[in-house]
Ligand binder design. Sequence first.
Ligand SMILES: [Zn+2]
Ligand SMILES: [Zn+2]
Length: 143
Amino acid sequence: MRARDYLRSRGHTVIDRRYDALDIIDSDDDESSFAEGKEKYRLHRSRERDSSITKKAKVARLKDTGTLSCDICDFYNKYGMLGLGVIEVHHKVPVSELDGDTKTKISDLALVCSNCHRMLHREKSTMHISELKKIAESYAASV
Ligand SMILES: [Zn+2]
Ligand SMILES: [Zn+2]
């Protein structure tokens, strides 16, 4: 049993500071808050918004698997047909390693739902897909 739960079971009021409302409300998506550098981050986003390659990535995935599910969570199973085709493209190459010359390959791209994509970019440096997957899975297992 966690210390917090133990204290609660004894009738103590435990205020979890981690969930202080003001702390968890992000200021916004201000790109200047990214430690990785504004220009590099812009390049990352522009690669993700390049409709020609992102479309190719989605078509290839659909051909391979028959679905466009999130590489991290089971978003697709949650919404069924409604979620069909609702997917975002994330560039897996670390922002710090991006340069203006190298062309984006389909294998550089991951397909993620909006929530997971947001989480990947929530920290100052972009999280690796496997890292977020681990967090999501260990959280799901703990509840
Ligand atoms: Zn997801
Ligand atoms: Zn991204």
